[in-house]
Design a protein around this ligand. Sequence first.
Ligand code: BDR
Ligand code: CA
Length: 305
Amino acid sequence: NRRIIIDTDPGLDDAVAILHALNCGRFDVLGLTTVAGNIGIDNTTRNAGRLLAAMGRSDIPVIIGAAKPLRRWGIDVVAVHGADGVQGLVLPEPAVEPLPDAVAWMAARLLAEPSGTIDILALGPLTNIAQLITSHPAAAARIGQVIAMGGAVDEPGNIGARSEFNFATDPEAADIVFRAGLDLTLVPLDVTRKVRADATWMNSLRGTTAGTIAADVIALYFGDGRQSRPLHDPCVMLLALDSSLFGIEERHLAVDLGDDGDAGALKPARAGVPPVKVAMHVNAEGALALLATGLGPSSPPAPES
Ligand code: BDR
Ligand code: CA
């Protein structure tokens, strides 16, 4: 199994991604580090603990991360995710208290394990990971892969004309992560907008605890009467499990750090900057099938050969 830390701001689509990671049987989830993003840090932390409680996995720690972006104020998306971050979704309360200091916790875990054996799946603004890079560079250098939902390459943005929420919320953090020389793969709106839940697919998930909660979450996400909704954050888990579902390209990109409405947008990098890996294409049908399988009943272990 892949050993992962999920850095997250749940968040409706974060919740689906977390449920999938916990249920699919193919990840060892070492911890959920939280960040302010879709809603404030108290609610993202509470929601992470509630999801673990609902899944009977309160053995996995929740560790409190950044309460605000490195240099900005954050962006209000209460209209999308609700005042509690999950549109009033009914869940049990966390069974245990969260731990303090996500950055120190990540550093300690990375230093305690062989280098390259822990991946970070990043579902929110990149504040915690940027702080890890700047305050614990030796630990950050031991990360296996970082797979991050964020950015819009050829697609329009969802905050500004070209800026996407996670990068627009903390552009300075995204910039630090881009330039850190990590094994980074971006999962931008160019692919996440194509992996969409409709009502039929959503209802097909009901049957397991994870699938039923995921269906309830997606139903809340339909609240505005749309026909289908994009599953942004779950695409990170899907890429970690089966990168062949995605067309990954190398692009020379930098993050716009300006002060206009498009901060966080991606722009061409200066000559000489190494490229980043970006998922630009997706087999959406295959991705939805893998997500549904991971939220479904666990398959029996394969017989030993
Ligand atoms: C990203 O923004 C958040 O609202 C979602 O959780 C996702 O991580 C999509 O732009
Ligand atoms: Ca998110």
